[in-house]
Design a protein around this ligand. Structure first.
Ligand code: AGP
Length: 619
């Protein structure tokens, strides 16, 4: 997620902006830039000075030291690349053709390609590959449309009417040196009030050093800020009465959005993470997925006859879920390997195989090695990766970015659900290239679009799951069992508990119990059974009965509306109904929360569990 800070007031803007963007470094980024409207230029047209740097904010700071930027109005940005590589040209701020309008953006403009083509056809000159830059040129056109000069906020309102997507914006115009405009639509943005100064920021971490008086903008709201005061309006220019609130957060808690740990924040971010992973990628009317990152290999994908998936840890388990979707809905034989095993096997590739690697960080050594092995054999490759510009993203022939922002907690949560959602997008994409019907495709599109709200329903019950974790907090051994799509979910649930609470947890295909593991079941060995109302539900009920017959405690994950397990299991956690292929995304949420609360009760460092790193860049 990008970081935005804007300042207007009586102080020098640069130091305030630098302090602010440093407070946002935790969000992850790959480049930074600042623009200051220079004051003190007598009788000359006011000038905007813009400095950018790839890499750390300190690189930008070093560049600023050699410039004597002076001005009371400015914007600064730390970029988490989504569209366009990691370069100075793509770093924000961006400006219009005339260098009048300057803005910074957090979010994704869905229809930027269509807007950019229109703007280019009208002679606009672009200096970056970003989606963001279209906004400056759209606003430019609106400031002097048909020779009618409009003020900045009016031009912004009109320009945004054509824009689809998520945006948090801070905008200035050198022709209106006493004004800073902030706009929010689906990307968080707030105002910090400091007497007669204002700071606009993506989150409170950027302003807490200077003020705790905050106004959180809501979607569809705009703030017009000047040294004389501020005004908040909606996009129809109706003034809104918005009273500031007093934040009693520390800087650290602000970076966690008020949550005690990044992991819990990221569990609760999953509705937005799924929204961002599927944003602009569904064509419901056509029952198809639109995956721009695969455009270059689209025709080769039509001929693919086998898919090899290689990944590690949670990413591997997402791949295991994807195996079911790709076979059931695309009809393509799929095999999934631990990357650490794949790289030492002698994998046999066919001429029409696809190598699919999955990695949140894009830097996992074993996954990189597996990809290298496939590439050396000339196999077509694609990636599902979160970090834009990461090694895996650059080494594959094509790919699909997750767009979920940085995942800071070592235990992967939103990355898993995002990867499974994207694997289902891929199954839809490939399936519609093959025999999948329009109706089936439309149904999958519809259910994918419903996912964020279904996750929200589960998150509303988080306290119930916390209570269940408290009830089982003294146990030291757990089984997680599932079948078909939810066998990998069981393994993922066990991994979550293991890696942050350090207790023994084992995931198994439920059908395997009788082949050995059930010997371990007794009253001291609880089982979490993932039993949604799906094609293997009856089989799961039998497994639960086998466990109960041996006095094993059972926590069941069931589909709401099905009360049958109330009398059988010791505890039941309900998830909303969805397509069987999407149940892992819902079923994993309670497992994440159970593991989180269990680990907190054990007093562990949930965000930085012992012996683990967020990205395993060595073998
Ligand atoms: C899972 O919670 C762990 N963080 C770990 O297994 C992780 O999924 C694995 O190391 C793969 O990381 P990647 O997605 O960055 O490649």
């Amino acid at each position: 997620m990008c970081g935005i800070v804007g300042y207007i007031g009586k102080q020098e803007a640069a130091p305030v902006l630098l302090d602010g963007i440093k407070g946002l470094e935790y969000r992850g980024y790959d480049s930074a830039g600042m623009a200051i409207l220079e004051s003190g230029i007598k009788n000359e047209e006011l000038r905007v000075r813009c400095i950018k740097a790839v890499g750390r904010v300190s690189n930008l700071e070093n560049k600023l030291r050699s410039q004597d930027l002076s001005g009371n109005l400015g914007i600064v940005h730390s970029r988490w690349a989504t569209h366009g590589g990691v370069t100075e040209e793509n770093a924000h701020p961006h400006s219009d053709c005339g260098g009048n309008i300057w803005l910074v953006h957090n979010g994704i403009i869905e229809n930027f390609k269509e807007l950019k083509e229109e703007l280019l056809s009208r002679g606009h000159k672009f200096s970056s590959e970003t989606d963001t830059e279209v906004l400056t040129h759209m606003i430019e056109e609106m400031t002097n449309e048909k020779s009618e000069m409009r003020n900045l906020e009016e031009a912004v309102r009109l320009a945004l009417r054509r824009v689809k997507g998520a945006y948090g914006l801070a905008i200035m115009d050198r022709r209106e040196p006493e004004k800073l405009v902030a706009v929010r639509n689906s990307s968080p943005l707030l105002l910090g009030l400091v007497d007669d100064e204002y700071i606009v920021a993506s989150d409170a971490s950027a302003v807490l050093k200077r003020t705790k008086k905050i106004i959180y903008l809501n979607d569809g709201e705009m703030a017009i800020l000047s040294p004389d005061g501020h005004k908040v309006t909606n996009f129809d220019n109706q003034t809104l009465a918005r009273e500031p609130e007093e934040l009693d957060w520390s800087l650290e808690s602000a970076q966690k959005g008020g949550y005690p740990h990044f992991m819990l924040k990221e569990i609760f971010e999953q509705p937005e993470a799924i929204e961002n992973s599927i944003r602009g990628r569904l064509l419901p009317d056509q029952g198809r997925a639109k995956l721009g990152g695969l455009a270059d290999i689209k025709n080769k994908l039509r001929d693919v006859e086998r898919i090899h998936i290689a990944a590690c840890g949670t990413a591997y388990l997402a791949g295991r879920v994807g195996e079911y979707s790709l076979e059931e809905y695309a009809g393509i034989p799929t095999e999934v390997d631990l990357a650490s095993e794949f790289r030492y096997r002698k994998p046999v590739f066919g001429k029409k195989d696809l190598m699919l690697v999955i990695s949140q960080s894009g830097e996992t050594a074993d996954t990189l090695a597996a990809l290298k092995e496939a590439k050396e054999k000339g196999v077509l490759s694609a990636g599902i990766v979160n970090v834009v510009g990461s090694t895996l993203a650059r080494e594959t022939d094509a790919g699909v970015y997750q767009h979920i922002g940085p995942e800071i907690g070592v235990a992967s949560t939103k990355a898993f659900t995002s990867q499974v959602a994207i694997l289902n997008l891929l199954a839809l994409f490939l399936g519609r290239q093959r025999g999948m019907s329009l109706v089936t495709g439309q149904r999958i599109c519809e259910e994918l679009q419903n996912l964020p709200d279904l996750i929200r329903l589960i998150l509303e019950r988080a306290e119930n799951i916390k209570a269940i974790a408290e009830k089982y907090q003294d146990y030291n051994n757990f089984f997680y069992i599932g079948r078909k799509y939810n066998m990998p979910t069981a393994l993922e649930g066990a991994l979550k508990l293991k890696e942050i609470s350090y207790v023994h947890a084992e995931g198994y295909g439920a059908g395997e119990l009788k082949h050995g593991p059930i010997a371990m079941i007794d009253e001291n060995f609880p089982t979490i059974a993932i039993a949604p109302s799906d094609s293997v539900y009856e089989k799961m009920v039998s497994n639960i009965q086998e466990i109960k017959a041996r006095k094993g405690p059972v926590i069941a994950i069931a589909t709401e509306g099905n009360g049958d397990l109330e009398t059988l299991a010791d505890d039941v956690i309900y998830i909303p109904k969805t397509l069987e292929m999407l149940t892992p995304i819902l079923a994993t949420i309670p497992l994440q929360l159970f593991a989180y609360h269990f680990a907190v009760l054990r007093g562990n460092d949930v965000d930085k569990p012992r012996n683990l790193a967020k990205s395993v860049t060595v073998e």
